[in-house]
Design a protein around this ligand. Structure first.
Ligand code: AKG
Length: 269
């Protein structure tokens, strides 16, 4: 994890890492989604909870099957993301060696008019969603790797957050979480296609309705946790038919001793 990535992630609770996917990785991931577009189902609207500035005419699109379990070659781009060298580098640093996949991956597609998602985040009330700094080291709970398969421009909508709120001491008022009051602290996060957005679930974040008529949002979110922690119901087995040892390590249930470490162990330095 570079000095820039560490600094900005610690400061804001998220960081955008551009060009995390190569052109080829991006193309094959988009081809897999397009090939399996029959598996995309639009959720019933509801994530906006009916708040006027978050409401839309449709719910977001999600895959009805884990992309990790698609047939070859369509699963390959997502399996590549699961244990991508860039995520190993980041999560060994902020979750610690032996980290695990907590839940996901989940695709989010949005078209013009797709509703937003009421802002939420755990820093002041959910003990599994945290960002601490001690012993010269970031320590996070549930944390997200959100791969951007399509460009997100300023003003488009989509993922947005209150930078720095992962360290907030006061709860964010509901009127701010629902956009009823504008305290000018919410930032919509733009990113070129192929970027990786890392954010801690301790950050106050949500989704703004999608605006562009000519471009779709396509993000795929993998949620990871330290090896000792489960936020979701722990996987009982790896859903991949022919897993590698690195993939199996991602599906190891939460426990502390004897975990498999991917990449270089930063605590050994
Ligand atoms: O990417 C987004 O639009 C928001 C995702 C979200 O709210 C979450 O992962 O908890």
């Amino acid at each position: 994890m570079t000095e820039r990535e560490k600094y900005l992630f610690d400061l804001w609770g998220y960081v955008v890492i551009e060009n995390a996917l190569s052109e080829e990785e991006l193309t094959t991931a988009n081809a897999a989604i397009t090939h399996h577009s029959d598996l995309i189902e639009n959720r019933e609207p509801g994530l906006s909870e009916g708040h006027p500035d978050l409401k839309g005419s449709s719910g977001r699109g999600e895959l009805s099957q884990s992309p990790l379990t698609l047939e070859h070659p369509w699963c390959d781009p997502f399996r590549n993301m699961l244990t991508h060298p860039k995520t190993i580098d980041v999560f060994n640093e902020i979750l610690g060696p032996g980290y695990r996949l907590d839940h996901g991956p989940g695709l989010i597609t949005m078209n013009s008019g797709t509703e937003g998602h009421r802002f939420h985040g755990g820093s002041t009330f959910d003990p599994s969603q945290f960002h601490h700094f001690y012993h010269e080291q970031i320590h996070c709970g549930l944390t997200v790797a959100a791969w951007q398969l399509a460009e997100v421009r300023p003003g488009d909508g989509g993922f947005a957050c209150i930078p720095g709120s992962h360290k907030a001491n006061y709860r964010t008022p509901m009127s701010v979480l629902t956009l009823k009051e504008n305290w000018d602290c919410i930032k919509q996060v733009s990113a070129p296609a192929g970027s990786l957005v890392i954010f801690t679930e301790a950050l106050i974040h949500g989704t703004l309705p999608w605006i562009p008529k000519d471009r779709e949002r396509r993000s795929i979110l993998f949620k990871y946790a330290p090896g000792y922690l489960a936020w979701g119901g722990a996987f009982t087995e790896c859903p991949i038919n022919d897993p590698t040892s690195a993939e199996l390590a991602m599906f190891e249930p939460p426990h502390r001793p004897g975990r498999v470490t991917l990449g270089d162990d930063p605590t050994a330095k």
